[in-house]
Design a protein. Structure first.
Lengths: 114, 115
């Protein structure tokens, strides 16, 4: 059975602070894919990143970075120098080999205070 | 704009009425998904199409729910005899290629309120 846990329900930071959003997953598959999506107040889910289970290399995209560690089944997301526009709900998601759907965590609501 | 579009954006209905939502995916995407999202939760998978074929349905999709994608382009999701528990955001997503692992692109959703 698959499971995605985002233990942080809500986080508030002051603008320009760094913030890390945690994601822990469970799967019996050896091949799987992990995703992060952003859901701003407008409601539309915005794709941020996809990672396959064989690629543990960390990735950086501008102010965003992702730390994938299979040993701890975690796929954490860090925003550096946060901005007010980063305020949103962030979802971590998992899909297993042969599956046709994304399995989402419950999300973390990030509020960046100016 | 060539993103996923959904109509209507909001729907308020009385319990027992039927409602239908429409989703227009990104034109070159052959896969189309429906999800439901309730307050404070992540999206939950309902069903998916590959071209016009509905290939998977979640246990969440009760008999009152039906989805179609008649020509492999747009899709409709109908809920018959709505119940208050059907109140949620209904999200549509699409993706390209044969791999379920490809990223899905989501529309803005239809927010349903059942009174």
């Amino acid at each position: 059975a698959q499971k995605v846990t985002q233990a942080q329900t809500e986080i508030s930071v002051v603008e320009k602070e760094d913030v890390t959003l945690d994601c822990v997953y469970e799967t019996r598959d050896t091949t799987y894919y992990l995703f992060w999506y952003k859901q701003p107040p407008s409601g539309e889910l915005v794709f941020l990143i996809r990672r396959n289970s064989f690629d543990e290399q960390n990735e950086i995209s501008g102010r965003y970075s992702w730390n994938f560690q299979k040993s701890t089944s975690s796929f954490n997301f860090t925003i550096t120098a946060s901005q007010v526009v980063d305020s949103a709900v962030y979802f971590c998601a998992l899909t297993e080999t042969g599956a046709n759907n994304l399995f989402f965590g419950t999300g973390t609501r990030l509020t960046v205070i100016p | 704009d060539t993103g996923v579009s959904q109509n209507p954006r909001h729907k308020i209905t009385k319990r027992g009425q039927n409602v239908t939502f429409r989703c227009d995916p990104i034109s070159e995407h052959n896969r189309l998904y429906w999800y439901r999202q309730t307050l404070g939760q992540g999206p939950e998978f309902l069903t998916y199409f590959q071209n016009e074929a509905q290939l998977e349905k979640s246990r969440l999709l009760s008999d009152r729910f039906s989805a179609e994608r008649p020509k492999g382009s747009f899709s409709t999701l109908e809920i018959q005899r709505t119940e208050q528990g059907d109140s949620a955001m209904y999200l549509c997503a699409s993706s390209q290629s044969e791999q379920g692992s490809n990223e899905q692109f989501f529309g803005p959703g239809t927010r349903l309120t059942v009174l």
